[in-house]
Ligand binder design. Structure first.
Ligand code: NAP
Length: 385
């Protein structure tokens, strides 16, 4: 029986995780849940899972969750209720839990994920922002504690699987696939007309709002390039991106002899979640399988860096190193939030990120405090713009 805490339980990855865990009642138990502001769904989850500890975004949401549970006759003594940043950390570090599924969206995921690793939990990592902001620190801690960071992001999960096919020194490059997002075939001249509704229509994946916008700008792929560099210890020059609109091949590894290993699968995040939670074993899937006879033709294109400048900015931040990726991430979060609030045009997202990144002098990202300071500085700078 593996005991889990799920951070971001009410989100797209969180709900998929709880659905998956339900399929294996004898193998997983969920002892901790942390979420933001969706009180109704969190109360439902608490009732279904009966965790020992639950954290909500703030005190008001926590009171709402408790009120809903009391109305339903829930045994309140079974669960401790907490909230906010400390609440996330408490859930992540709960003594009973062995593994943390980290799926809060954005930079808020870093602190609980880092603290979980520090306190001896294995990490199933969906929150890519953690690796973008503090990947070097996370990998150092993972080595020191001898604990795995298992990628849930489908591309990194695919690479993790493909790397089982050879030795590290035999790897030539990692190839991340990208669907290309909703604007793959939209001419650049039309980008100024893109609306929020257009950008929220992802062609192949159903995800949270922030990552959906990141997929439309290709910043999601940029963040994934940085995440891959940190997770697999490979430089920017050995990570390529290929646009693959069908999202059947989740990523590939090219070996020195020219062989390419690819992982293919259904577009259902429960597949990489299951791999991360059951690694180093593989368990029989309760999901629908890929029907090889019904696959569409698979296409692969070079990304258009001119149309999607966010991808180039992410490579730039990775090459600059230190705190630059944390700054890129923070500026992107602020810009995307403004776009989601319809206060910013789609084409202003890369403009703001570029300006903040160029105004920053990177420092070594070897302390959590330095990373958090750079993050706060970049948010302030981006908001000012
Ligand atoms: N969705 C995917 O297919 C996918 C694939 C690969 C990687 N990822 C990564 O996984 C992470 C989650 O993505 P998602 O699509 O699941 O996002 P999402 O649907 O927006 O869910 C985000 C979750 O985080 C919670 N949350 C947000 N801020 C919080 C805070 N300060 N404290 C506690 N909880 C907070 C939300 O709570 P409320 O909703 O209750 O406010 C929700 O439970 C992201 O880092 C994303 O890049 C997602």
């Amino acid at each position: 029986m593996k005991v889990l805490s799920v951070l971001g339980s009410t989100g797209s990855i969180g709900t998929n995780t709880l659905k998956l865990v339900k399929e294996f009642p004898d193998d997983f138990r969920v002892e901790g849940l942390a979420a933001g502001h969706n009180a109704a769904l969190l109360a439902e989850q608490v009732e279904a899972v009966r965790p020992r500890i639950v954290s909500s975004g703030d005190e008001k949401v926590s009171a709402e969750v408790q009120g809903l549970l009391r109305q339903r006759g829930y045994d309140m003594a079974a669960t401790r209720f907490t909230h906010g940043v400390e609440g996330n950390v408490e859930v992540a570090c709960h003594p009973g839990c062995e593994m943390v599924l980290s799926a809060i969206s954005g930079g808020a995921g870093l602190l609980p994920t880092y603290r979980a690793l520090e306190s001896g939990k294995g990490i199933a990592l969906a929150n890519k922002e953690t690796m973008v902001m503090a990947g070097e620190l996370m990998m150092r801690k993972s080595l020191e504690k001898n604990l795995p960071i298992l990628p849930v992001d489908s591309e990194h999960n695919a690479i993790h699987q493909c790397l089982r096919g050879g030795e590290g020194k035999e790897v030539r490059r990692l190839i991340l696939t990208a669907s290309g997002g909703p604007f793959r075939t939209t001419p650049k001249e039309k980008f100024s007309e893109i609306t929020l509704a257009d950008a929220l229509k992802h062609p192949t994946w159903n995800m949270g709002r922030k990552i959906t916008i990141d997929s439309a700008t290709l910043m999601n792929k940029g963040l994934e390039v940085i995440e891959a560099a940190r997770l697999f210890g490979v430089g920017a020059e050995r990570i390529s991106v290929v646009v693959h609109p069908q999202s059947v091949v989740h990523s590939m590894v090219e070996y020195v002899d020219g062989s390419m290993l690819a992982q293919l699968g259904v577009t259902d995040m429960r597949l990489p979640i299951q791999y991360a939670l059951t690694w180093p074993e593989r368990w029989t899937t309760p999901l629908e399988r890929l029907d090889i006879y019904k696959l569409p033709s698979l296409e692969f294109f070079e990304p258009d860096m001119d149309k999607f400048p966010c991808l180039g900015l992410a490579y730039e931040a990775l090459r600059a190193g230190g705190t630059a990726p944390a700054v890129l991430n923070a500026a992107n979060e602020v810009a995307v939030e403004a776009f989601l609030g319809e206060r910013l045009a789609f084409t202003d997202i890369p403009r703001i990120i570029r300006a903040v990144l160029r105004a920053h002098t990177p420092r070594p990202a070897d302390e959590l405090e330095t990373v958090l300071e750079a993050d706060a500085w970049a948010r302030e700078a981006a908001r000012g713009m």
